[in-house]
Design a protein around this ligand. Structure first.
Ligand code: NOJ
Length: 499
């Protein structure tokens, strides 16, 4: 257990101050708001909904990829990094979105996908030397994360190219200076337009073993979930070669002091080498910790010590929170996510408790991730206020869950998110665990004490003071309800930070 108070620190000089404890809302653009009636969300739709995001209390948005893409991987297969997918809009609609974000005091983070491109990117034809090749067949046993070998044959040349993900996504060779230059120019392009930084995709795939040695058979389960076939190997050579931090340093030099948040899908103890250049790294071990206070405390404490952490419980790649943890746990999860010290990321729709949808047949995503990408539900109509046309993925249950109804309900999950996003502004960066047992995790955040109750019976809240937040609406006793939480404020009056 962390002894005494720990204060978050960011060791990168020049790291943007706003980011340290920012709350960022992740938007999957195709599923947020359709403005032109084609059934697919777009940038103008995002622009129109930014006042909603701000009204909840977020500090910024992260837009999943907005670039032209053949959509083999939901937009993470980019065919032109310096343009907007015409289905989503134009550079002008992006500029309008950015202006609206500024007007709403929201920062904007784009998705930067440096480790691979779409096979349809002009670079693959015009600069084949920018990719990773082998002759005469796959040179090793490396696997693609989504199944099958990580090598495919390029019929025109008869050579084999590496793809850590789908075969439509050839890996760039990051040791080639022209690749660094080309991606640097992409970053400069968007930074010049005014974005505040990037969430950087698949960082651990930037550098692989230069001599392409085989990965080893896995000796047991890894700390984070992996697709079954991919999990048969221990990826000692196909990911994270020794020079990965040097390559991340290249990204940092190109970014200047813009925000860089690393998607480094590794256990916390392996993240240290990344935080010299990234401002934040996602806390994936936290995302997948068993839903038990002792297990949560075990993953929170090293992450807090690391300091530059982006807490996250869901995104477009995994089953939604409501489906993973069950609806009973959503208030507890929201309180945990938004009261820990440091930045927090919330996936669109989690404030409504959206569940996984059924996807469609045939699926858009062959790896089975359509379920978490169903459109936002703005109102109770059959298309959920998302679109006037048939949505590209069906709505799940707008009649039960939608923004309009939740906004009017003081006891809704959405109202709790709003309260938490307001309350977290009072906390500062200090953190001290006060109690962990088989049902409760309690910690101090400045003058506040948060008691999270994972059990089935109510528990006395830890600490003294007035109840400033209780996940059981209208409850003002110092009780953390079953599968809920209470936050006390150590001074006798109610915290001025709450509305
Ligand atoms: C991580 C992204 O979040 C995921 O959606 C994508 O499939 C892979 N990286 C490859 O880009």
């Amino acid at each position: 257990m962390v002894k005494g108070e720990v204060t978050l620190r960011n060791r990168r000089q020049g790291s943007p101050a706003w980011l340290t404890d920012a709350a960022i809302y992740q938007i999957y653009p195709r599923s947020f708001q359709d403005s032109d009636g084609d059934g697919i969300g777009d940038l103008e739709g995002v622009r129109q909904r930014l006042p909603y995001v701000r009204s909840l209390g977020f500090d910024g948005i992260w837009l999943s990829p907005i670039y032209p893409s053949p959509l083999a991987d939901g937009g993470y297969d980019i065919s032109d990094h310096s343009a907007v997918d015409p289905v989503l809009g134009t550079l002008e609609s992006f500029d309008a979105l950015l202006a609206e974000a500024r007007a709403n005091k929201l920062k904007v983070l784009l998705d930067l996908v440096p480790s691979h491109t779409s096979i349809e990117h002009a670079w693959f034809r015009d600069h084949p030397e920018w990719y990773v090749w082998a002759d005469g067949g796959p040179p090793n046993n490396w696997l693609s994360a989504f199944g099958g070998p990580a090598w495919s044959k390029d019929e025109p040349s008869g050579r084999w190219y590496l793809h850590s993900f789908y075969r439509e996504q050839p890996d760039l060779n990051w040791r080639h200076p022209e690749v660094q230059e080309a991606v640097g120019q992409v970053m400069a392009f968007w930074l010049a337009r005014g974005v505040d930084g990037f969430r950087v995709d698949a960082v651990d795939r930037l550098a692989k073993d230069p001599s392409l040695r085989d990965d080893h058979p896995a000796t047991g389960p890894w700390l984070l979930p992996l697709p079954p076939e991919y999990a048969t190997l221990s990826h000692v050579h196909s990911r994270d070669a020794d020079d990965v931090d040097e390559l991340v340093g290249v990204l940092r030099r190109r970014a200047g002091d813009a925000a860089l948040i690393g998607e480094v899908y590794r256990p916390t103890e392996e993240l240290e080498r990344f935080v010299n250049h990234f401002d934040l790294v996602f806390a994936f071990e936290f995302m997948f910790a068993s839903w038990h206070p002792e297990a949560i405390a075990r993953v929170v404490e090293p992450a807090v010590r690391l300091g530059q952490i982006a807490w996250v419980l869901s995104n477009h790649d995994f089953s939604r929170l409501a489906s993973r943890l069950g609806e009973d746990n959503l208030r507890l999860a929201a309180t945990l996510l938004l009261t820990l010290p440091g930045a927090a990321f919330v996936f669109q729709g989690d404030e409504l408790g959206l569940r996984d949808g059924p996807g469609v047949h045939p699926p858009f995503d062959r790896a089975g991730r359509d379920g978490s990408r169903h459109p936002m539900q703005w109102d109770a109509t059959p298309t959920g206020g998302f679109s006037s046309a048939r949505p590209w993925l069906p709505l799940v249950d707008p009649e039960h869950r939608n923004v309009e109804t939740a906004e009017e309900d003081p006891s809704s999950l959405l109202t709790l998110y709003r309260s938490l996003l307001s309350l977290r502004r009072c906390f500062g960066t200090g953190f001290e665990v006060l109690l962990v047992d088989s049902t409760v995790l309690a910690y101090r955040r400045g003058q506040h004490v948060v008691t999270l109750n994972f059990g089935d019976e109510p528990r006395q809240a830890v600490g003294e003071g007035a109840v400033v937040l209780n996940t059981d609406p209208g409850q003002h006793f110092r009780i953390a309800p079953a599968r809920g939480a209470a936050v006390l404020y150590a001074e006798s009056s109610r915290s001025s930070c709450l509305r």
